[in-house]
Design a protein around this ligand. Sequence first.
Ligand SMILES: CC(C)(COP(=O)(O)OP(=O)(O)OC[C@H]1O[C@@H](n2cnc3c(N)ncnc32)[C@H](O)[C@@H]1OP(=O)(O)O)[C@@H](O)C(=O)NCCC(=O)NCCS
Length: 382
Amino acid sequence: MTPSTGALRHPEAMTAINIRLHRCEDDSQIFDMQQMVYPDHPLYRDRSLTAKYWQWRYFSNPAIQSFVFVATVDGGKTIAGMRPLSIVSVKVGQRIRKALWLTAVITHPAYRKRGIFSALVKHSLQHAKDMGVDIAYTFPNHNSYPIYQKKPQWRTLANIPILVRPLNYRGLVLKSFRRVLGAAENHEIRQTMPSFADADLHNGDSSLFQLRMTRHVDHEYTRLWDNVSQEIQVALPRNRDYLKWRYLDCPVLPYELIEARDAHQRLLGYTVIGLQNRQGMAMGLVVDLLFYSNATRAAQSLLKAGLRRLKALGADLACALPANNPRLRRLLARQGLRPLPNFIRGGRVNFIGTIINPGLASDDPFLNFDNWYLTWGDTDNA
Ligand SMILES: CC(C)(COP(=O)(O)OP(=O)(O)OC[C@H]1O[C@@H](n2cnc3c(N)ncnc32)[C@H](O)[C@@H]1OP(=O)(O)O)[C@@H](O)C(=O)NCCC(=O)NCCS
């Protein structure tokens, strides 16, 4: 573990702010801060969910090394900010590169605008550089994006428009009114999805493949990724272990995995869906979708089945990120998923990146969004 390094001076009181790696005993202060900053977020309202999520997201996957840096004041007693990060593998061209994925950062409201966030980012980049990490990326929200934009080393890869399709017009209209009146309801996070009917998964009467919901990912998933990834320039590898951890082992968000197999039980493709309640709306997320290039019909059926399932679960809207891949974009468009208009606040996901390894060219393929295969599940918003 890296010892505590980096100190900056609080300009008014000249109190030293130190940055160090997080310890288990910091958790309760961190969870308090998350609750204070996101009082309506179902994940942070319920302390047991926060703890479960924290453990799973940052400390349960041996293939993804995660760290949390904390900025402390009062001689180390008070946590004034925290910066979680993960070191992930990203496929870039024919290589696998180590990438720094910066996630949900917070500065305590009492210590903002003193450079704590900026110092935590700088510290994280240096730490990653020391570890031989090549590149870094993050999906900043409207609070942190403007600060990153002032830092010349960060480049905007895309302001990705969220694709949506209404699933429940009446519910949408009613809930929009409630939101305007400030009476949007808060929902708890569903711990389990209600059981599904096989009828939800009919596949358009094709005898070529079958759809089914599963809680098991076998080696066919890694084989699918190995094949499909040959045509993908940049992506987080979706092998069996990753998918199991990311979607099936997640203790707080009940994702559902629907797969298509042919008569010989060969996997043709899969989709992952999830339901989240945000600002009083039930958002049905198409979290991932991957299929062999010759299995477009199966993919179409998977997507339709996913949307039917989300509607049955009570989703008002279906949402997806376009994954900058023409085949997937066409598929989503054919199911009526359209970009949210520009003027809607939060209608875009900011995606920025930077090169850490000075040996890499400034036009590395990683920095070009056209090369990416990216879905909701690759962000920390799902
Ligand atoms: C976004 C957030 C992390 C920023 O934290 P912060 O510690 O205040 O950030 P910094 O101090 O590094 O920078 C913030 C601003 O203060 C300015 N600043 C930095 N040092 C300063 C100093 N010594 N004196 C005055 N201003 C300073 C920065 O230039 C920046 O200016 P801007 O507001 O014009 O962009 C914080 O607002 C927060 O926790 N928000 C809620 C959670 C959130 O949205 N997190 C982002 C998730 S992606």
